[in-house]
Design a protein around this ligand. Structure first.
Ligand code: NAP
Ligand code: HSE
Length: 430
């Protein structure tokens, strides 16, 4: 298996998560056919304690050690900001290295120059993590939607502000407290004004505008308004009118050209964007062939961003490999038996409408280790002396449920076990 040496520029929230994910591997090498190894990481302060699964000897305070190391094939730039990131990425590309970056600021401001340098050098510059955190949005636009004329992109693309707006809306929480939580969770930029004043969303919409519409907009030419003026009262009044409030970045084809804008918007409660909560992001893309698509997922945070960074790294490593990658899904799994599935159940039965029936039903479920969450008696048929009984269970084992279902069907008081529907779980607490 080929080993690819990686150099990191930055070992903060994202860089440390990237390093930890490389070190823990989790079958990544088997799946991709490439073994990644971090050989150097540049930081500002080498003595700072960090959780990065890297020996101290790999750290350097001189980023040139990374970009000029002949053994390093791929440089990951996760230091942020325009400078010195621009010079360092340029220098790495000019040294024949491929570069993967999560830095939206340098791409929005200097992306055209950097991509031109990569093209001249025959190297690759990938930046999936710069927009939408862990959501593979750039690759979708560039490859999967390549046959479409994109007409509109509207997006919640800043996790920090969406986290703040969600908590202000649901808890009436104070702006400053929520911002402190977002910083603690690793969503916020080093300077949080980049988030709350809309700069981060602006950089991302400029990148999307460039990729989807081929328009390189100067960042100063784009309308930008942050969330500082949004008040608890605005949420209350918007709610009464059937709306919520989100910070939206938009890039839309209009009769006057490409409209790029970032500002808080009232969003009708029924549309997909209205239910995007916390640090989640959503990108709504309208293409002429595909229609509307909604890509939703974690838009910030260390591990989701590391997922996008490493996706790019593996894509570069595989495209330059002279050996074939391992087959997809190389780590084999046994097929699980349906009997081992766990979920909640909805049970509908037609049962005798008299005393003692519920006790018998509850006994059967209890014997099978199935706990009842609720019971409702719905329609009754007085002439036949029966009623519809609907039971919701807590999470239970499928094998137990099937056994209980057989026993329930056999009870004299149960006329018919009409339906048993599994409840799809979206909450690990179920
Ligand atoms: P961070 O925690 O502030 O980390 C920045 C790292 O870069 C630190 O290790 C810092 O060194 C190092 N650094 C900064 N300037 C340097 C310099 N001049 N020379 C050497 N090292 C330098 O930032 P982050 O949250 O990881 O974000 C990194 C990048 O990813 C940014 O472009 C950000 O916009 C982007 N991004 C972040 C997220 C997220 O959820 N956090 C998501 C998507 C994209 P020290 O550790 O010694 O200070
Ligand atoms: N600070 C950014 C956010 C990180 O909150 O979305 C992801 O780009």
């Amino acid at each position: 298996m080929r080993t690819v040496k990686i150099g990191l520029l930055g070992l903060g929230v994202v860089g440390s998560a990237v390093s930890r994910a490389i070190s823990s591997d989790r079958g990544m090498a088997d799946r991709s056919g490439v073994k990644l190894e971090v050989s150097k990481a540049a930081v500002r302060d080498v003595s700072k304690p960090r959780d990065a699964s890297l020996p101290q000897s790999a750290l350097t305070s001189n980023p040139q050690d990374v970009v000029s190391d002949p053994d390093i094939e791929i440089v990951i730039e996760v230091m942020g900001g325009e400078n010195p990131a621009f010079e360092l990425i340029t220098s790495a590309l000019e040294s024949g290295k491929h570069v993967v970056t999560a830095n939206k600021e340098v791409l929005a401001k200097r992306g055209g120059e950097l991509l031109a340098t990569a093209q001249q050098q025959g190297t690759q510059l990938l930046y999936e993590a710069s927009v939408g955190g862990g959501i593979p949005v750039l690759d979708a636009i560039e490859n999967d939607l390549a046959a479409n004329q994109i007409n509109s992109i509207r997006a919640i693309i800043n996790g920090t502000t969406n986290y703040i707006l969600t908590r202000m809306s649901s808890e009436g929480a104070a702006y400053a407290d929520v911002l402190a939580d977002a910083q603690r969770l690793g969503y916020a930029e080093a300077d949080p004004t980049a988030d709350v004043d809309g700069f981060d969303a602006l950089y991302k919409i400029v990148i999307l505008g460039q990729l989807a519409f081929g328009v390189s907009a100067p960042v100063d030419a784009v309308y930008r308004e942050g969330i500082r003026k949004v008040d608890a009262k605005d949420f209350r009044y918007a709610d009464e009118l059937g709306f919520t409030i989100k910070l939206i970045g938009a890039a839309q084809r209009t009769a006057d050209g490409l409209m790029l804008r970032v500002h808080p918007s009232l969003v009708p409660v029924g549309v997909p964007m209205a239910s995007v909560s916390g640090a989640l992001n959503m990108v709504e893309i309208e293409g002429d062939l595909v229609g509307a698509l909604w890509l939703q997922g974690p838009g910030a945070g260390p591990e989701p961003t590391a997922s996008a960074v490493l996706g790019d790294v593996l894509s570069v490593a595989r495209s330059t490999a002279d050996t074939a990658p391992a087959t997809a899904g190389a780590a084999e799994l046994e097929l699980a038996e349906m009997g081992s599935h766990r979920c909640r159940y909805y049970i509908r039965m037609t049962a005798a409408d008299r005393s003692g029936v519920l006790a018998q039903v509850a006994q059967v479920l209890g014997d099978a280790d199935i706990s009842i969450r609720s019971v409702i008696q719905m329609d009754t048929n007085e002439s036949e002396g029966v009623a519809d009984l609907v039971i919701m269970t807590h999470s239970a084992l499928e094998a137990n449920m099937q056994e209980a279902a057989d026993r329930l069907s056999g009870l004299d008081v149960v006329v018919e076990l009409d339906n048993l529907i599994r409840v799809e779980s979206y909450d690990h607490a179920d």
